[in-house]
Design a binder for this molecule. Structure first.
Ligand SMILES: NC(=O)c1ccc[n+]([C@@H]2O[C@H](COP(=O)([O-])OP(=O)(O)OC[C@H]3O[C@@H](n4cnc5c(N)ncnc54)[C@H](O)[C@@H]3O)[C@@H](O)[C@H]2O)c1
Ligand SMILES: O=C[C@H](O)CS(=O)(=O)O
Length: 494
């Protein structure tokens, strides 16, 4: 691999936004674009070069109760719209996102760092949730149940939860927003979104397009500022009936406790430690391609990334050799540069954690087979470790970077035990061409999502979610809508 970067003398022309009004410097509150009452702001910087790409308000927690009240008033009206009318607005939002994909991708790459091609893919993925829930909005069905008494009629209604809040991470600044906002709005809820400080601009641009699509004032609001302070107001408020959080397990635990006081409905999409298991009877070339996809998407900064590569001893050396060759072809550089596969890490502490994981593994007997060099700024060479064992930090902690640690195993039972030896349960992957083994392994893995002979499992139609300490609930699919609905049972006597 190499560091691809336009030389300062002939820097590539900086593409401009076709619609500069998508680059917002204010928050969306009750249909208005507002500054913080204090006038305070904070910068959003490009991880590729630390240059400022935007500036957003640092709202005070004192301003949030008014936002919640706006959301409460707006939600009552929004819930009275017909499902078809809500669906039409969501459909229009989907169309506007896709027609502005290039600008949204550019904003996303500039604040998050991922290569433009990946940013475009994320925008399309994000829009697929809006498209999906525009359709699902019209299919929120209830039940009628045969009553046990002749004079009774039993029905089950599904009604919107009401005012909801969402707190989202920096690694997928578009998809993590629409994966929450789309089902919320489809269900007839309102949503107060607080995006990550590192990547708020994409969320604000999506909100601008939601306004253009006809989402009424107060139904979707976006506030920026102190996560802890704003989060505390949102979790304390009894008016906020649900919190949807995507982020680390550590913060998820904290927010879950903060929501206990008001017994909120909770969706938690938390950390992962995905095993990627390669058996002797796997198609090795397919397994290598799957590992590249599962490990290096978003430079390894995804919750479902292959955090551990477990390879059966009979194919270990061939797999490691093939993977190293594919990794060597990865181009590292600024996301806006052409042909880049691996962008910068989001911040310095992310690079430091990867170094710590490599250092710890080497100190405990692993070998750095390839890569691992820092390349300046927040860039690093994708690294391949072999001889990794369960005593090393990388076995139990989410690396969240382009580090591929290979663990060897002998038997299927050993592989399952290694794979399940973690507090996490988000995603797991395994490669085998044996049907019998596929049935056994898919049922034995303790994860919310399992990929068999594939390293890419994320889409809008399937329930995305974890078990154990990777979270609660699911997003996407028809199940994701249930997270924003309450069930009411009506027993009517005649
Ligand atoms: N399961 C999933 O779908 C999924 C998806 C993406 C990321 N993640 C996880 O998120 C982590 C990386 O993202 P991150 O670094 O943004 O996670 P993080 O938990 O540090 O932050 C997530 C969000 O919570 C906010 N936050 C932080 N402390 C808070 C507090 N005390 N109160 C309220 N909000 C607070 C942050 O500002 C951010 O907006 C990884 O662990 C990754 O696995 C999970
Ligand atoms: O970080 C994990 C996100 O959920 C991204 S994706 O849904 O896996 O693409």
């Amino acid at each position: 691999m190499s560091l691809s970067n336009a030389s300062p003398e002939i820097a590539a022309p900086t593409p401009k936004l076709v619609d500069p009004s998508l680059l917002k410097s204010r928050c969306l509150v009750n249909g208005d674009w507002v500054t913080a009452a204090s006038g305070e702001t904070f910068d959003v910087t490009n991880p590729a070069d630390s240059r400022r790409v935007g500036r957003v308000p640092s709202m005070s927690p004192d301003e949030i109760p008014a936002v919640i009240e706006s959301a409460r008033i707006a939600q009552a009206d929004w819930a009275a719209w017909t499902a078809k009318a809500r669906s039409a607005v969501l459909r229009r939002w989907f169309e506007l996102i896709m027609s502005h994909i290039d600008d949204l991708a550019l904003i996303l790459t500039r604040e998050q760092g991922k290569p433009l091609a990946e940013a475009r893919a994320e925008i399309a993925y994000a829009s697929s949730f809006v498209e999906w829930y525009a359709e699902e909005a019209k299919r929120i069905y209830g039940d009628t149940i045969p009553a046990p008494h002749a004079d009774q009629r039993i029905t089950v209604l599904r009604q919107p939860v009401g005012v909801t809040a969402a707190i989202t991470p920096w690694n997928f600044p578009a998809a993590m927003v629409t994966r929450k906002a789309a089902p919320a709005l489809a269900a007839g809820c309102s949503m107060i979104l607080r995006p990550a400080d590192l990547t708020p601009l994409t969320a604000l641009a999506l909100a601008e397009l939601a306004c253009r699509a006809g989402v009424p004032a107060g139904v979707l609001q976006v506030v920026t500022g102190s996560a802890r302070e704003i989060g505390q107001v949102l979790t304390d408020s009894p008016v906020v009936r649900k919190l949807s959080f995507t982020g680390s397990t550590e913060v998820g635990r904290l927010l879950m406790a903060q929501c206990a006081g008001s017994i909120k409905k909770l969706s938690l999409e938390l950390g992962g430690n995905a095993p990627f298991i390669v058996f002797d009877d796997a198609d090795l070339d397919a397994a290598v391609e799957g590992a590249m996809a599962a490990k290096f998407r978003n430079a390894g900064q995804t919750c479902v990334c292959a955090n551990r590569l477990l390879v059966q001893r009979g194919v270990h050396d061939e797999f490691a050799e093939k993977l190293a060759a594919r990794m060597a072809a990865l181009e590292v550089g600024p996301g806006e540069s052409p042909g880049i596969h691996i962008g910068p890490m989001i911040e310095r502490k992310a690079l430091d954690k990867i170094d710590e994981h490599i250092g710890d593994a080497l100190a405990k007997g692993a070998r750095l087979a390839q890569g691992g060099r820092r390349l300046g700024g927040l860039m690093m060479e994708p690294a391949l470790l072999v001889g990794v064992t369960s005593e090393m930090r990388v076995a139990q902690e989410e690396t969240f970077g382009p580090l591929a640690p290979i663990f060897a195993f002998d038997t299927e039972e050993e592989a399952i035990a290694m794979a399940n030896d973690t507090i996490y349960g988000l995603a797991a992957y395994f490669y085998t061409d044996s049907h019998a083994r596929a049935v056994r392994v898919s049922e034995a893995l303790e994860y919310g999502m399992v990929g068999h002979n594939t390293g890419l499992i994320s889409n809008e139609v399937a329930p995305f979610g974890g078990i154990k300490q990777s979270g609660l609930g699911s997003e996407g699919s028809r199940y994701g809508l249930l997270e924003y609905l309450e069930m009411k049972y009506l027993c009517s006597a005649h």
